[in-house]
Design a protein. Structure first.
Length: 385
């Protein structure tokens, strides 16, 4: 059993075997108590491109989960013209030039410390380092000032506690879960609102105000960025480095920086940072020969779609239907994609530039939504000599 499978089994000891078992039943399978499960990349992309039939609002959708926590206007629970209008206003916040500059500025000191530790031959826990850096970036996005490493760790752990309340069968959060989530997100919303009211257009929240978003929209967006923008990056970085090490590709990518983007995309395919996506059916449709009725829930098994293309292989091209499927497609393609990629590229370059890394100790995390390592201890080959 490889380590990626161990991570999934540790996180979801019952759901993961079920998910992989459903993949063997066909491209589109109706599973009682779960919904219509889609295991084929082409069928998944067809669904994601049709935002009128397969929506993020309605029964069994992300909107049903998160609207009680985040409010009604946060992109991930919207459709139609309101969604398009809000997305148009937010898209300019995350253009690559801005996100790359933001990450370079806020991660300069953490990355210097990281490179220094590796250069001295120290052992580094990549899981902790990735959490701190993801917290640092999202803290900058929502307007958190003067945060410490401990504060950024706590920020990440708060988000992890919220999303870990969700499982494959979860259709809505209980009142107690909603209260717990609001208890975490409320203070973050206050931080975002303060930055919004200050109106500094060098900040994301200040730019939201300049774009004409309301304070409530800025609060909701900050909560959505927090929930979706920390775990994706923090869980992927250790898994990327582990995949390169386990497949003997660390030195190859370190010696050829042009390979980095290919390595990141292939690691995302194998790790699948968004293992499933939910949609609510709003009008009759057929996908993969299966009739789907209004009111049903569609569960896109992104992990199954991606793993159908084999194990980690830097030289395997991705077919068009698979292209960045883990970030979605169509009207809901992840608006934070440039920010996530800017972080991942910057941190990965720093790690690989320090020299080929050797994994000295690792363990899988349990009780998490997105499979990840509990710790991943690494050091340079020279430091291990």
């Amino acid at each position: 059993m490889n380590w990626e499978e161990r991570l999934y089994l540790a996180a979801h000891p019952f759901a993961y075997p079920l998910l992989r078992g459903v993949a063997r039943r066909g491209p589109v399978v109706r599973v009682p108590g779960v919904g219509v499960v889609v295991n084929d990349a082409a069928a998944a992309r067809e669904i994601l491109m049709d935002g009128e039939t397969f929506r993020k609002d309605g029964p069994g959708s992300p909107g049903e989960l998160w609207t009680p926590v985040l409010g009604p206007s946060v992109l991930l629970n919207m459709e139609g013209e309101a969604h398009r209008a809000l997305r148009r206003r937010l898209t300019d916040l995350f253009v690559p030039s801005y996100t790359e500059a933001l990450c370079a500025r806020v991660l300069a000191e953490p990355l210097d410390r990281l490179a220094g530790r590796l250069g001295r031959g120290a052992t580094l826990d990549l899981v902790d380092a990735a959490r701190v850096m993801a917290g640092t970036v999202i803290g900058e996005v929502i307007g958190l000032e003067g945060g410490s490493e401990a504060a950024y760790r706590e920020l990440f752990e708060q988000g992890e506690r919220i999303v870990s309340m969700v499982s494959l069968r979860t259709r809505r959060l209980s009142p107690a879960q909603v209260r717990r989530a609001r208890g975490v997100l409320g203070p973050l919303g206050d931080i975002a609102a303060k930055a919004y009211l200050a109106g500094d257009e060098s900040t994301v929240m200040g730019r939201m105000r300049a774009l004409g978003l309301s304070e409530d929209e800025a609060r909701g967006a900050a909560g959505a960025f927090f929930l979706t923008g920390t775990e994706t990056v923090a869980t992927l970085l250790p898994r990327l480095i582990a995949l390169l090490a386990d497949h003997g590709q660390s030195r190859r990518v370190a010696d050829d920086p042009a390979l980095l983007d290919r390595a990141v995309e292939e690691a995302m395919r194998v790790a699948t940072p968004t293992p499933v996506m939910l949609r609510s059916v709003h009008r009759p449709a057929a996908v993969g020969g299966v009739a789907i009725r209004p009111g049903e829930r569609v569960l896109i098994a992104t992990h199954n779609c991606c793993r159908a293309h084999g194990p980690f292989d830097l030289d395997r091209p991705h077919p068009p239907e698979l292209r960045r499927l883990w970030f979605g497609a169509g009207p809901h393609f992840c608006i934070g994609y440039p920010l996530a990629m800017a972080q991942i590229r910057l941190v990965a370059r720093t790690l690989l530039a320090a020299g080929p890394l050797v994994i000295t100790r690792r363990a899988a995390a349990r009780g998490v939504l997105i499979p990840t390592y509990r710790y991943l201890a690494v050091r340079t080959e020279e430091g291990s000599a």
